[in-house]
Ligand binder design. Structure first.
Ligand SMILES: Cc1cc2nc3c(=O)[nH]c(=O)nc-3n(C[C@H](O)[C@H](O)[C@H](O)COP(=O)(O)OP(=O)(O)OC[C@H]3O[C@@H](n4cnc5c(N)ncnc54)[C@H](O)[C@@H]3O)c2cc1C
Length: 102
């Protein structure tokens, strides 16, 4: 299910969506730009440019659930995998009860 857009929090320090990357063939003021340095090239990318990442979280307790919540609403291009040793989520609160509560 896609996230509810009314619950998405905007982060001010995100990437500039209007930033453009020069074509690799374009003349550039940086003489090192796009030159072949024996196996790597200096390319130009705006700071904070998003790229796909895989994220692994161990444990579906309060912290793991918070990561899942934030990842769905605030992050893009993130593939999140949570490993949990128990048969259900909840962590400490799955395994413990306050005295007198069932
Ligand atoms: C009775 C009690 C009362 C508490 N009251 C408070 C309170 O009032 N306020 C407060 O802030 N904190 C309280 N705590 C502390 C509570 O532990 C934390 O608030 C919170 O549950 C911690 O969340 P967590 O996700 O960091 O850890 P956890 O909830 O412990 O989650 C860790 C998860 O990782 C899993 N895991 C561990 N090892 C592995 C592994 N190798 N592979 C896969 N999965 C793994 C566990 O099964 C678990 O699901 C209380 C704890 C107890 C027991």
């Amino acid at each position: 299910m896609p996230p509810d857009p009314t619950r998405i929090v905007t982060i001010s320090s995100g990437p500039d969506p209007t930033a453009t990357i020069p074509e690799s063939t374009a003349p550039h003021e940086n003489a090192w730009y796009n030159r072949d340095f024996s196996g790597y090239r200096v390319s130009e990318q705006p700071l904070f440019q998003k790229r796909p990442i895989r994220m692994v979280c161990v444990g579906a307790g309060a912290a793991g659930l918070q990561i899942a919540y934030k990842a769905e609403r605030l992050l893009e291009q993130v593939e999140l995998q949570i490993y949990e040793k128990n048969g259900d989520i909840g962590g400490t609160w799955l395994e413990n009860r306050y005295p007198g509560y069932t």
